[in-house]
Design a protein around this ligand. Sequence first.
Ligand code: SAM
Ligand code: SF4
Length: 489
Amino acid sequence: MEPLRVHITAYGCQMNRLDAELADDLLRAAGAEIVDDPAEANVLVFLTCSVRAHAENRAFSNIGALAERKTREPDLVVGLVGCTAQQYGPEVWQRAPLVDFICAPGRLADLSDLVREARAGRRSVALDPGRGKEEREAFGESDARIDAVEVRGRRRVGRSRQAFVRAMRGCDMFCSYCVVPNVRGPERSRSPAAVAEEVQRLVDRGVREVTLLGQAVNRYRFEEAGRAWDLADLLEKVAGTPGLRRLRFITSHPKAMTARLASVFRDVPLLCPHLHMPAQSGSDAVLERMNRGYTAAEYAERVAMVREAAPQVAVASDFIVGFPGETREDFEATADLARRMRFASGFVFKYSPRPGTLAAQKYPDDVPQKEKERRHRQLLDLISEIASEENQAFVGRRVEVLVEGLAPRPHLDGGPERGMQKGWKQWRGRTPCHRLVVFDGPPFGGAPFGSEPQGRRQGRPDLAGELVTVRIDRAGPITLFATLLENGS
Ligand code: SAM
Ligand code: SF4
């Protein structure tokens, strides 16, 4: 049989990006070569997202487009992995008959078995248990298998030396619009020892920045030897990892934000001052229908509590516009909350009814598409305007940046007319508060952002993964433009 050559496509959130890295690790351990070009692969793995119809449709349409190739290459294996796999199970075959295997997010450890079966001409499905009574126990075995891969695997460390580490799986919040509790199962927190060991192993292999992941990560709870750990305890433990330079966590639920967690921003210097805590709406009536469990005033109190403990924290939010029954006044209340909170950044999504959710069953999707688009634009513009004003405070400041790689395309104010040194390139990176910074710096071998290190190999300076100091010269709504002062490490 031909050697395995696998291409992985991931859609959606950070959890999926992490799952893609684990899939890469698992399949390499099974002898596969991971290829960048899907045309060179004999196995195509799609890590799908079901949060909005758009992401789901994109995956199905990309899979559908393979029909002709599959006729030409009958041995080509196509796997559908992740949230969409769990959402539809074998019904996937009605929509995408050319798929060879279907694998739920919690069954990632079975990936190489599924590929082997498919190559032997057998279709297979690996799903998670449902959300029945003994759900937590039922997930135990598959969690333990993937935990072993997470902790002791050899997943690739990217050039930016950043890594995601799972603190929790699943979600119990049941926001009325959201598929995640159905497709990623009940909340399960990982043991502090497993998280800490994984972080230490990653740091030993060159990682400098770790982001702890969970859908409502501030609900982290782990009981062990009579001690109950919360996220604040976990952050303090992980921050003690020798060699770790930066620590983050996402995503926080406003209902679970505590004064103790806010104090960690003040007391743990390694913890980056960035809090992603989605408000979703500023209207109490909409928040109630969303089943978010707080009012706009309570949300504002939580933000004030964090800012009182640590004023430097940049707060970021997600919003859904056009939720069923959202009136013009409801939308104005959301805009008003955004104005008062002065978010550093925000994602705005148009409501998308999802099968199996309470909102899709109970509330008609009654805000016209055109109006959703108008509100989407209006809120994005408002968030940008506020972020741009907030960003002006950075002009003239020296900040530390973890360099992620070369900027994918030149920015408007780059180039020799700005006094850029001959042959220099534009680099991009992040401040501790997660703002994007672009600056000019020495060139290297030339691979674009996101690709493998070439600079080091060629003996020329590669700034990716370095912590550098820059001075901010100019600020836009998303990007801070800077001058490189020193390469600190
Ligand atoms: N657990 C995280 C949270 O609570 O924020 C992330 C959940 S989800 C993957 C990311 C964002 O997608 C949510 O914050 C929400 O704004 C948005 N979202 C989820 N379901 C949606 C839907 N049905 N329609 C539109 N946006 C949705
Ligand atoms: Fe979905 Fe709400 Fe859970 Fe986030 S907290 S994953 S929005 S149910």
